[in-house]
Design a protein around this ligand. Sequence first.
Ligand SMILES: [Zn+2]
Length: 340
Amino acid sequence: MEPDASGKIMTVLGPVGPEAFDRVLMHEHLHCDFFDAASGLPVWEEKPSAGRRDYLMAHAMPLLRECREKHGMTAYLDVTMPPWRGWPELYTEVSRASGVHIVMSTGFYREMELGYDWVDRPERQIWPFVRESPEEALADMCIGELRSGIHGTGVRAGAIKLGASQAPLTAAELKCFRAGARAQIATGALLTTHCTALGGESSQLAVLDAMGVDLNRVCIGHVAQHMTDPAHLKTLLAWMRRGASFQPTNLNASQPQFYRPLAEAIHRVFDAGLGDRLVVSLDHGYGGTGKGFAPADYLPPPPFLYFFREVLPALREWGLSEPELDAMLRLNPRRLLALP
Ligand SMILES: [Zn+2]
């Protein structure tokens, strides 16, 4: 059964009209379990875990509920892709209990650098399924999760997440981007990316553009650094004029030396008339660490809520107006997440 979702946003509880969405964070991770500290092995398979469910219902769910009740966050886009996501029922249960709509992602993570954390040999750089499968099989997996559901549960993904490390994509990353592009064209879903290297945005967008993806359905992520580099901001503005959206993440209110210039760059994008091409998020959440499954430690606590408690007031103090914040947090996410 595939209920008609055109014009709607595909949440873990089914299609929802965009008018039900108030503030939305567009890049968070309820569950990103990439490494099992107990066995010392990377996680290459998704399966139900009662332990994770109990932990996240106790720790993460109340934070999401407070984001909704106190700060009007009615939804967030969960950008963990397989095989590091939680089991689909985790998201439906957390969504029901917190009252927050959750949009899940399908797709593929980047090929990580050898020597990065637990990546001590080539077979740990990327999900073996990606290495072993042709482009068609990768596209079929994404399309199946977007159209029919994840692991036979009927819970459908509502977005595609892709990643690349450096500006020139590796062969495996290029295969993922081509597969993700096919899934985007087949379904219309938003395609959002991990893009930390300067220049990566142009490599990624060029591949998607050549595949025929409508750049209005693409959002390039982790671009705080790209935006605060004045020369690079010009490159981003040129892509925005062609339709692409961009998302700075990892905003840290205790580091105004980095993030006040970002607020100024955001303001410049609005001055250029391209403020409808920006969304914003934390990239916070819970995942595997050397100590086990825990809150991410690369941002101050608590996950999700930190954005509304600390970052949003800082963005106001640094000069962003209410209409600018409303565009990035409400209007633009509604448009990007709604299926054509
Ligand atoms: Zn992330």
